[in-house]
Design a protein around this ligand. Structure first.
Ligand SMILES: Cc1ncc(COP(=O)(O)O)c(C=O)c1O
Length: 376
């Protein structure tokens, strides 16, 4: 007999439409990273992010790499990066020989603190050591304050890159996820709200930046009848089959966001009786895509919650460990007030997506409550 169903954190949500588009593309013969599916997916992403141009790539990490090259980051430069994020946001700086330096997050929105960033840029301007770029991450499906960040960066003429890997379909102050900064990066890996089974994109209003990324992503080939290279290239282009799946995913993005928003409310309701529970606040005029509902419970032990849920067939995940606390970035300059560290000590991401029913939320909230109770 099959055991009780295991509830995953954020599995791929794909169906008949994606399958049909995938088979149609297969049958069309466009298997390699070329062809009409790529251009069509790029057009749809540009529209969704409010940008003029998009290039689809093999991963969000590849997109971050090409974004930093595109805005001119070089070896020996500093790049300021949101501290509370997934490692890829910071790894990209090291790929170009730059040094990531970290900026703590706001205690309510958990997004990069634009006041801290402004102070840091002012200090660095005085010392004549401005960073070559700022990478601002939209964390857990809500957006950072793109308007404030863009204003601060413009003051010092520092290029701003939006890491919108988690925020496709979100909005803040009328700006779509992927819509602020000189360029933005998207991810379509398996746990994202739109998946292509692995993939990413770079979007921008700057045609030259996007063209150059496309050129670099296909091994920097010169347009001559033999392989001729004047630049270092990368094999970073998305395949057509992946793009076909992505196009199918976009058709139901609205429904998936709506269900995630509903789950967030259900979690708020189900956890209301737990002491000191805090939800990420969306910020002004904000409509997150609710990629992952994440809660911070002061005084609770996230490891205990994760283990108790796991023992009961529910996958959850410890909240992000800030980059400044990662062994690989030990000693990196960090501007902060300890907000990210406090979130790491207290936060857990809970299952989010259409695979989670309302009744599941009630059960998950009960389990969280049990794990937060003092040991008998
Ligand atoms: C904030 C953030 N940036 C970058 C990435 C990297 O994207 P990918 O896994 O597509 O390389 C991810 C997710 O994996 C992410 O969550």
């Amino acid at each position: 007999m099959a055991g009780p169903r295991r509830i995953l954190l954020s599995p791929p949500d794909v169906g008949a439409v994606e399958r049909q588009l995938l088979l149609d593309t297969f049958d069309s013969g466009w298997i390699a990273p070329a062809g009409p599916e790529l251009a069509a997916f790029e057009g749809e992403l540009a529209e969704l992010t409010g940008r003029a141009h998009a290039v689809v790539l093999s991963s969000g990490t590849a997109a971050l790499h090409l974004a930093l090259l595109g805005v001119g980051v070089q070896a020996g430069d500093d790049v300021l990066v949101s501290d509370l994020t997934f490692g890829a946001s910071a790894f990209a700086a090291t790929y170009v020989g730059a040094r990531p330096c970290f900026v703590d997050c706001d205690p309510l929105t958990w997004q990069i603190d634009s006041d801290l960033l402004a102070d840091e840029l002012a200090r660095r301007a005085n010392r004549g050591r401005l960073p070559a770029a700022v990478v601002a991450v939209d964390v857990y499906g809500a957006m950072a304050d793109g308007r404030a960040l863009a204003e601060v960066c413009a003051r010092y003429e520092v290029p701003l890159v939006e890491d919108a890997a988690e925020a496709l379909g979100a909005r803040r102050d009328g700006v779509p996820g992927g819509g602020y900064g000189r360029c933005a990066v998207l991810s379509f890996n398996g746990n994202k709200i739109v998946t292509t089974g692995g993939g990413g994109a770079l979007v921008s209003d700057d045609a030259e930046l996007v063209d150059r990324a496309r050129y670099r992503s296909t091994q920097a080939r010169q347009p001559v009848p033999w392989y001729e290279h004047r630049d270092i290239g990368f094999n970073y282009r998305m395949g057509s089959l992946n793009a076909a799946v992505g196009r199918g995913q976009l058709r139901t993005l609205g429904e998936r966001i709506a269900w995630r928003a509903h789950l967030r409310q259900a979690y708020e309701h189900g956890l209301r009786s737990i002491d000191r529970v805090r939800f990420q606040q969306p910020g002004t005029d904000s409509r997150p895509n609710h990629w992952l509902t994440t809660v911070a419970i002061d005084g609770a032990d996230p490891d205990r919650i994760v283990a108790h849920l796991e023992a009961n067939g529910v996958e959850s995940r410890h909240g992000f460990k800030p980059m400044s606390m990662q062994p690989v970035f030990a000693g990196a300059p960090t501007i902060g007030r300890g907000v990210g560290a406090q979130l790491f000590a207290t936060s857990v991401s809970l299952p989010t997506g259409r695979h989670v029913a309302e009744a599941d939320v009630a059960r998950i909230c009960d389990l969280v409550g049990q794990a937060c109770a003092p040991p008998a």
